[in-house]
Design a protein around this ligand. Structure first.
Ligand SMILES: C[S@@+](CC[C@H](N)C(=O)[O-])C[C@H]1O[C@@H](n2cnc3c(N)ncnc32)[C@H](O)[C@@H]1O
Length: 237
């Protein structure tokens, strides 16, 4: 057996999967996560799923290399389609955009079950994912930030509660990361603050360049005079 070494991002994802759980890894690609978790005895069994043939082939090779064919089954499937009858405890959806993660979850009503855990690692639109989770009766139990190759990622552990809630702007931006007190979480929060500042500066600049309502009214008044006093308009001012 030559178990894959997980990088910091996938290692954080793996740390949020419950020991003893039947795992479904959606968008498994290379299959490193289920092979690591099952091969090291943390999970008894897993489904390695992908919508594309080539990634699934890579996962199959990784499973075979580690002689885990009896414990890890592969499925060529879109998101969670067709997985409702497996005894899945924990679902990992990592390395995809926040909108796609939500699309996959919302298409599988059977995930609305408080005993199941979701480990979600959005590459983009984490704010969208947090908002959608709470709006649709899920909550984030725990969240961790991780830095890998200079980039910051967030990993969420979520579950269904049935309480549909609208979250505030700050929570949508940073979720439970303020509870972490790690350097990565602090950096993630600072990065969000810097993004907001850049956005605000962009808007201010745009406003300075664009004509204000007063300027527009002045122009209109000049045009009324052009008609009333029959004056011409210079090509250039
Ligand atoms: C960037 S890789 C992430 C691999 C791994 N989960 C990780 O975090 O390292 C994304 C994988 O998701 C798969 N994928 C994309 N959309 C999917 C969908 N709707 N259902 C299942 N897999 C999907 C892709 O084929 C690809 O293998």
């Amino acid at each position: 057996m030559s178990l894959p070494e997980l990088d910091e991002r996938l290692g954080t994802v793996a740390s949020l999967v419950r020991p003893g759980s039947f795992l479904a890894d959606i968008g498994t690609d290379h299959g490193y996560l289920p092979v690591y978790l099952v091969g090291s005895g943390i999970c008894p069994a897993a489904l390695a799923c992908d919508v594309n043939v080539l990634p699934l082939k890579k996962a199959e090779e990784e499973i075979k290399r580690n002689a885990l064919e009896n414990q890890i089954k592969t499925r060529l499937t879109n998101g969670l389609e067709g997985l409702e009858n497996f005894p899945i405890d924990d679902i990992v959806i990592a390395g995809m955009g926040g909108e796609l993660i939500w699309k996959i979850l919302s298409a599988a009503e059977w995930t609305q079950n408080p005993v199941k855990r979701l480990v979600l690692q959005p590459m983009t639109k984490a704010d969208f994912l947090r908002t959608a989770l709470y709006k649709n009766g899920f909550e984030i139990i725990q969240e961790q930030a991780v830095r890998h190759r200079g980039r910051l990622y967030t990993v969420m552990l979520a579950a269904y509660t049935g309480k549909h809630r609208q979250i505030g702007s700050l929570f949508s931006l940073v979720g439970r990361l303020p509870e972490c007190h790690t350097a990565a979480a602090e950096n993630y929060i600072l990065t969000q603050a810097q993004k907001l500042e850049r956005k605000a500066a962009g808007l201010e600049k745009a406003e300075r360049q664009a004509q204000s309502p007063r300027q527009l009214r002045d122009l209109a008044a000049q045009l009324y005079r052009v008609v009333q006093e029959k004056i011409t308009v210079e090509e250039q001012k």
